[in-house]
Ligand binder design. Structure first.
Ligand SMILES: Nc1ncnc2c1ncn2[C@@H]1O[C@H](COP(=O)(O)OP(=O)(O)OP(=O)(O)O)[C@@H](O)[C@H]1O
Ligand SMILES: [Mg+2]
Length: 416
């Protein structure tokens, strides 16, 4: 059996912390078996090396190793990606396709961010774990596969189970053995070592002398919280290597690269999102999806009315606001969205994305709360502004930061 030290060298893992060594030792021990492993730890702690070690030290090493980021695949296509689909299974399925579980037969699949799997996919995964059986999307034929599963998560799975976003039975199946990687702040001894290693790597990469930290700066990186763990440390080392001219780095310089420096209090993690705050690409996509969903609902309502009443003047009049909203021009749309955002920025957060009531009604719930809250807030602001300016639209529009034309439309829309 290879030693922990040899594995660290082979996989480029830096650090001598005892809990890191224990995690690697556990990976070595479990690798010859087919036991499912769940790797846990904060973002950026190095979870991705563990499944690679397990695969390489197993009898499966000559078969495929496939890493799947479950959080990055849209809910609508994940079943087809993982389990494959038959020709004609859905619009656009012009060919049948083998999923990862079929392709990796005899090998290992790494399911990263497993907590993000939709509930329906979780059911299929449970079946694979129980007896190796799966069914392609759009097929009725049961197929067999022999795949070892290693999963990883940086989120609290018990929380997800409590909120019924993750199946408890699947969690226990996946985590027969759990390997936990410590946060960087819990391996203080490794921080400077890692920094020196990264500084030296970047010096070679960018053909520059290696940066060094002053004694005070060294103490500073050891005390820092490193919420983004090794990934953040690596980025900081790279930025300083490239951007700083002086190679001896003082605390003054270092501070510029460490967010929230000067406070060792835990950084505030915002659980609620406001309309104007998109910290990740996924959130932007959610926003686009919510908007599309809202438009779709509006269109459905309009179509239904047209079917029931025909294209009468009354339908048009009753739905004036809707029609304008759906069919307004692109320019107008951008402008209006900007304006809505400008108004809501002063408002309280709209929805808590972290706590949907029911997985299946997630999109619907948010959409309704969001619409209500937006309109109420807007309405209230417009009313107050008009009162303050004794009905003078020009002044109210200027105060609200919107054009007079938009204000006029809103007055009509809200029947003010
Ligand atoms: N012990 C280590 N030695 C050297 N580099 C490391 C070590 N641990 C992590 N890294 C590097 O840090 C970066 C982040 O690691 P990794 O992608 O495995 O994080 P993660 O735990 O999977 O995070 P996330 O949950 O955000 O996906 C990678 O560039 C990786 O090579
Ligand atoms: Mg990862």
């Amino acid at each position: 059996m290879e030693s922990v030290q040899a594995i660290k060298q082979r996989f480029g893992i830096i650090g001598n912390d005892i809990s890191l060594n224990r995690a690697i030792e556990k990976a070595i021990r479990v690798s010859p078996t087919d036991i499912s492993v769940l790797v846990t730890g904060e973002s950026g702690v190095g979870k991705e090396s563990i499944p690679k070690i397990i695969h390489q030290l197993s009898h499966r090493k000559h078969s495929k190793y496939i890493a799947v980021n479950c959080g990055a695949i849209p809910e609508g296509t994940i079943d087809s990606e993982l389990f494959g689909h038959e020709k004609g299974a859905f619009t656009g399925a012009t060919q049948s396709r083998n999923g990862y579980f079929e392709v990796a037969d005899g090998g290992t699949i790494f399911l990263d961010e497993v907590g993000e799997l939709p509930l329906t996919t979780q059911v299929r995964l449970l079946r694979i774990l129980e007896n190796g059986e799966f069914i392609k999307v759009g097929s009725s034929k049961v197929q067999k596969t022999d795949v070892r599963i290693v999963a990883a998560t940086n989120s609290n799975m018990f929380d997800a189970i409590k909120k019924e976003k993750f199946r408890e039975d699947l969690y226990y199946r996946l985590s027969t053995v759990e390997i936990h990687l410590p946060a960087l702040r819990q391996r203080k001894e490794d921080i400077h070592l890692l920094f020196r290693k990264f500084a030296s790597d970047f010096a070679i990469k960018y053909k520059m002398p290696t940066i060094r930290l002053s004694d005070d700066a060294t103490s500073m990186i050891i005390k820092y919280r490193w919420n983004g763990n090794i990934r953040q440390l690596r980025n900081v080392a790279e930025q300083i290597s490239v951007l700083e001219q002086t190679r001896l780095i003082s605390t003054e310089t270092l501070k510029n690269y460490l967010p929230n420096m000067g406070s060792n209090l835990p950084a505030v993690v915002r659980r609620t999102k406001s309309d104007g705050d998109f910290s990740t690409e996924r959130e932007i996509l959610y926003k686009v999806l919510f908007d599309m969903k809202r438009d779709l609902n509006d269109l459905k309502k309009l179509t239904m009315e047209l079917m029931e009443n025909g294209n009468t003047k009354d339908v048009q009049k009753d739905n004036e606001g809707l029609i304008r909203k759906i069919y307004r021009g692109e320019d107008d749309m951008d402008k209006e969205d900007d304006e809505i955002l400008a108004i809501t920025q002063q408002s309280t957060p709209l929805v808590s994305i972290a706590e949907p009531k029911d997985k299946y009604h997630f999109v619907e719930d948010i959409e309704e709360e969001e619409t209500l809250s937006l309109h109420d807030k807007e309405l209230e602001l417009i009313k107050k502004s008009l009162e303050r300016h004794k009905g003078k639209r020009k002044l109210a529009a200027a105060e609200l930061g919107i054009s007079e034309r938009t204000l006029y439309r809103k007055i009509k829309q809200f029947d003010l």
